[in-house]
Design a protein around this ligand. Sequence first.
Ligand code: ES4
Ligand code: ZN
Length: 319
Amino acid sequence: MTAHLKKAELHCHIEGAAPPALALAQARKYNVDVRGIIEDGAYVWADFSHFLTCYDAVAELFRTEEDYALLAEAYLTELAQAGTIYSEIIVSPDHGNTIGIGSDAYIRGLAAGIEAAKAKTGIEGRMIITIIRHMGPEAAEKTALYAARREHPLVTGFNLAGEERMHKVADFARAFDIARDCGLGITIHAGEMVGAFSVRDALDHVRPSRISHGVRAIEDADLVKRIAAEGVVLETCPGSNVSLQVFPDFAAHPLRALYEAGCRVTLNSDDPPFFHTSLKQEYEIASQVMGFSDDEINGMTRTAIEAAFVDEPTRKRLL
Ligand code: ES4
Ligand code: ZN
């Protein structure tokens, strides 16, 4: 049982955390037909690219600063009730532009939700601005310049998400340079939908302190050694991986092998209701299905806090 354990997560896309019931309420509010996206109270998608389309459709149900505040508050409050003390949510200012409120209002709304959840439960939250791979390097550099203005203190990190099969990591090196130069923490999606080479590319071109997923590094023993030696932290999301059929089941998931090889690993939910999971469930799977002891799981939580994009006094308080 992991219900009593303290938890932390570094990798959750905020629109992907919207409970289907909340998305349905939003659809009713804005009179949007979501049949084909939400069926029988669950999100419907067939494969990764279809999931990305479905994700964008759900994101478009959140249209005002208040909608985003509600979303962040609802998600973080639920996390806190499961014993979570820290969460980094991945946010995409591009969604703010799509719905017409702009990046600042989008971030302000989410920040209000983070603050409200903290006031109610004590949970600490931060935001990671992500660029979207399939939107291309030019859009990415624009978003990086926006992030580099450091307008909101709760935005502390920078990520690259989206369709891993499009473009090369090197195409986004400039965007990452902009983000790194202004002091944002750096992480990047790699080694999820494509193989170990993408993790190697990410390390070589982006020099991240963390990798979002990174689990397919397991395909290359030298790369696993390098990850362990360099102390790069892996934000693993086993439930997401199994749901997207990156691995057929939890028994085939490489979390245990990466851990045994000395890699620093953490537990994360990714897009929880889309992948029929939650942070609570990821902890439970690590314990009950993958056989990690409470001490080992507490070590992963500690790793998450050590790798969190927070100032040192906050980290000290959380540890
Ligand atoms: C993602 Cl762009 C995006 N949104 C949500 N989840 C993701 N996983 C990978 N890319
Ligand atoms: Zn992700």
